[in-house]
Design a protein around this ligand. Sequence first.
Ligand SMILES: [Zn+2]
Length: 316
Amino acid sequence: MSEPTFSRLRALAACLLLGFFGFCMVNILQDRGVHADETLARLLPNLLSTAPSVSDQTSIRKPSQTDLLRNNDPLPPPPPPERLIIVDAGHGGMDGGTQGNGLLEKEWSLQIAKALQEDLVQRGFKVRMTRDGDDTLELSDRTDIANEQTNHLLVSIHLNYSADPSVSGIETFYWLRQSLTVQKEVRKQFAAQAGAPITDVRSELLAQFVQESVIEVTGANDRSKKEQSFYVLRNSIAPAVLVECGFVSNQQEAEHIVTSGYRKRLARGIANGITTFLNEVQGDPMYGVTITPDLPAAPEGLVQVPNGFESLSNIQ
Ligand SMILES: [Zn+2]
């Protein structure tokens, strides 16, 4: 064999060896289920760019409603154990309340009230329900139950109705011009001197906290806090609010109300507002109450209201 022929044979052998090696590698990778195009696809994003891949991008999404529920933030510190919350499910028994989209108010106000009871008990509050079944209650029965207790709050749960089916949202009511009996009790509770004007805006503050947190947790349309003279509000000695938790006349809101997940969120929002309010009270027992002994007492026939005096006949 001549020298050039030997060189050519050696080059050919090297090529064959390389080819065989390449063939073996492809087979090994294929046996492991790895294909060249996949390997490249995996490597390229890392080699060419630091931007997240499409699959990474899909994991960056807004939390769904279920996630919000699952993602329980740490709860605020629990209130003193003696604190009692009266939860009043609106209507009941002979009084069905309003209705729309197949929902009867008395049934769903009770379901929301029960969710609220559960949430509050978990936070360490004592809870008393004005009804926990389909009972007929007079409005005075509700405030009598509430006023038996001291050191408490009253939250009344209702559902709303509008002739316009597009109307939706949540609103929280309070009333500052309590009945004379209630005013006397509040004066006694805060040891206000005879005749010293006393202003009590606790219910408005409670309404503010409840409304803000219930909107934050549910994402419902914010119809704000409103002052309105409901019987249970003007006759409750304790700070009291009435939450209209949504419109049964609005199809979407009615669909939300029948799901237990949404009711838990309503409950969580209301309970957050109550807890925030009570934490303020814990820091300052006079929170929301002002007694001004230097001011003159209310003239005869008038009573003190937040912005001055008002005739007794207007507030009864
Ligand atoms: Zn109602």
